[in-house]
Design a protein around this ligand. Structure first.
Ligand code: ISJ
Length: 354
């Protein structure tokens, strides 16, 4: 039995615009610090700092970032400043029981992100979202996890099954709150998160890992239906990112099997195994079919065999293999006996012209 990755159904989702960003349609977004698709400010973290408040905090971010900015208030006093300068408001987990603040927030005319805290049930959380939606014109996004009791205390890990359930029940976009830990980023994207909410100031590594999960895991697990050239190119770039990861992994494994086989490299080429492998792939790629997949996989397999032979040659010379661009062509292009045997129209060697 094969495991089929089910693309997440997205058509029925109610998308929410956040400035220039769309949540709930297209790829998952990353909300965090520099390098993310949107940024956010937690004014609770700024309590006790010299006055200046919301406007100063927003000006600081706007000075170096032109995209969407979300703000979590530290109290109702922050709301006018947020209304004047932010693209959305975060109702942090700590606020969900303060219905006066929730109501005031949802009357600002901005999209609202409603975060679930560890002590809030699914029912309560969805009820708060509905309460907001009445005033916020349905521009409500749910965020599972990531809530902190006090500023600085550790974030609560998201319950991804709950996040998925909330998304199905409400039809609203959902975020996974990850704080500074990208460990669940891939799982969250696969579980259908429309975005990942990091901490307001995550490390560069956290943001990069979250973005990579969105691209690679997103390409594998969710179907996109882009409606413009830039959107289609973005979707293609994400699929190519996933392909590159898989091609690199495949090349490593192809090298391993060459070392393990009694006769490796081009000399040990097994065309019957290659045919079966193409037939098996055609089940998952029926539009391409065996006829179109065969030359693609021939090129992939030959690239793997070349790499394995180059590495073996490097090892037997006692050195390490230089990067591809610096490699001497001589000695590496020698076709081993039996290579390409029986395959009509075998692709030209690397660097050769057809
Ligand atoms: C990997 C093997 O060696 C060769 C390379 C293959 C590949 O990269 O898929 C497939 C068959 C062989 O020609 C193998 O024997 O399985």
């Amino acid at each position: 039995m094969s495991l089929t990755v089910q693309p997440t159904e997205r058509a029925e989702r109610g998308a929410v615009r956040l400035g220039t960003l769309t949540l709930g349609a297209g790829p998952a977004v990353v909300i965090g610090g520099p390098g993310a698709d949107a940024r956010w400010i937690d004014l609770r973290e700024r309590l006790g700092r010299p006055a200046g408040g919301t406007a100063d905090a927003l000006a600081e971010v706007r000075a170096c970032w032109a995209g969407p900015v979300l703000v979590e208030p530290s109290s109702a006093d922050d709301l006018p400043g947020i209304a004047a300068g932010a693209d959305g408001v975060v109702v942090g987990a700590a606020w969900t029981r303060d219905l006066r603040l929730v109501r005031a927030v949802s009357r600002l005319g901005l999209p609202v992100v409603v975060q679930r805290g560890p002590a809030t049930s699914l029912e309560e959380w969805l009820a708060v979202a509905d309460y907001c939606a009445a005033d916020a014109g349905d521009r409500v996004v749910l965020c599972e996890g990531g809530g902190r009791g006090r500023a600085g205390s550790p974030v609560a890990a998201p319950d991804l099954a709950l996040m998925r359930g909330a998304r199905e029940r409400s039809g609203r976009p959902v975020l996974a709150g990850l704080g500074d830990d990208p460990a669940l980023a891939a799982a969250a994207v696969a579980a259908g998160a429309d975005g990942l909410l990091l901490s307001p100031d995550p490390s560069r590594r956290t943001t990069a890992a979250a973005q990579e999960a969105v691209r690679v895991v997103g390409a594998l697990t969710r179907r996109e239906e882009p409606g413009s050239v830039p959107a289609a190119r973005g979707a293609i770039d994400r699929v190519d990112a996933a392909l590159a990861v898989l091609l690199e992994r495949r090349a490593e494994l192809a090298g391993t099997v060459q070392r393990l086989k009694p006769v490796g490299g081009f000399a040990g080429r097994d065309m019957e195994r290659e045919r079966r492998l193409v037939a098996e792939m055609a089940r998952r790629a029926p539009s391409l079919g065996e006829a179109r997949l065969a030359p693609i996989m021939n090129a992939v397999i030959e690239a793997g065999l070349h790499l394995a032979e180059e590495r073996r040659a490097g090892e037997s010379r006692g050195g390490t293999v230089p990067p591809a661009g610096e490699r001497a062509a001589d000695g590496l292009r020698e076709r081993a006996p039996g290579s390409g045997e029986g395959r009509a129209g075998s692709t030209p060697r690397q660097g050769e012209r057809a």
